[in-house]
Design a protein around this ligand. Sequence first.
Ligand code: GLC
Length: 528
Amino acid sequence: MGQPTPARSADWWRSGVIYQVYVRSFADGDGDGTGDLAGVRAKLPYLAALGVDALWFTPWYLSPMKDGGYDVADYRAVDPAFGTLAEAEKLIAEARELGIRTIVDIVPNHVSDQHPWFRAALAGGPERELFHFRPGRGPHGELPPNDWRSEFGGPAWTRLPDGDWYLHLFAPEQPDLNWEHPAVRQEHEDILRFWFERGVAGVRIDSAALLVKDPALPDFTEGVDPHPYVDRDELHDVYRSWRAVADEYGGIFVGEVWLPDTERFARYLRPDELHTAFNFSFMTCPWDADGLRAAIDTTLAEHAPVGAPATWVLCNHDVTRTVTRYGRADTGFDFATKTFGVPSDPALGTRRARAAALLSLALPGAVYVYQGEELGLPEADIPLDRIEDPMHARSGGVDPGRDGCRVPLPWAADEPYAGFGSRTEPWLPQPAGWGAYAADLQAADPGSMLALYRAAIRLRSVFGDGPLSWLPAPDGVLAFDRGGVAVVVNLSGESVSLPSYRRVLLSSVPLDSDGRLPSDAAVWLRRS
Ligand code: GLC
């Protein structure tokens, strides 16, 4: 390895590039149709060449896979479809040898209905207290205990043959834990230790703002404060004790905190709580200069008082892929309005995604890249009979679900299943023509999305740790300076002239013949 970049120091998480691995769809090492840890290990050189500082693995634990592994049956075991615990330990160590840290994903809000605790609870044991079991309402208890809705659609309660109901904010196979119970708290601190002991550098916290419920489990009234299960103050105690555990190991947290209120969001990032949280306001923002500038300003302003670095995210395993979203008429993202058949212009979307990559990789903070984003993969249409995501069925078939962004990656254009590694049809089908996005083709093409990501990640240390200062720019154009480098992103419909500069460092498309920056493009300019 060459000189470590600043992001590879102890502060890696403040400014690093973190690559999200959805193991099931990354690379198939044993050929059985499902991605696995052997597949990831084989691709570590690719990830090192991309230049990423860390890998965030979506859950790799033992799971019935009713929600892609977010239904965990045993936190201390790797699912056999993915490999073994020993293999995970090897992977963590091998990645570290290449300067790449590992972040695991902990899902504290719920477990799988196959978790030993829930099985014991079903058998009528005292483990019921670890969950939210309640009698129903109505003369015969035939109505759920309250009116809460599952995040996936439908009621948040399921009735058992013995008449009691249990709470699940997600699928019925994901019963919610009772965070009032000390054993639940103790268990999670032990799980954190278990993984930190195995060398992981960080933990992503799933559904981090949902754990604590109002013990009275009241009906939900729109606008009521505090909310009965979102962002309750008691959560901060949980994260303070987690932070003490992480500090013993020098580990870091990234929270999945979906909250519109920026002041409430920032509370999770106080110095004795989480180190970072995903920036969903930036991720869901339409391709619009004023909107993005406001999202950037708000992000920086909300993080500053607590001293936490921002994160920049364009997509993940839950949302429509960037290329497809930016090619639509409505370029924002909203779970509530997802439907089938929204037209998208792939060329336009790709062009904007290239510009967005240069924007996000230039901003102060850490950047998350979701596997396949660096290949410019579009959202895939999954045949109805192959959709696995519970969001689809629970929405009554209205929501296409999240499988379209979870399609097995194309590695080699001329190999079966685009080189994913399977000898048999992969767990999700790849669309026709998937091989055209293959990493091997893109590695050989200087104009590819992969080449752009590699160049941008290699170069982004030019920005240093400096703050961002906005430069004057015409309507529809974002322009700022960081560390003597000007970043210009043109979201207007026409070419624009550039501020004076010494040299073009990188651009998402070639400049016009008269040196202007075309529409839907971005450039990094060395000024001094
Ligand atoms: C988070 C995950 C998502 C999962 C849900 C329930 O939002 O990102 O994939 O379905 O939590 O665990």
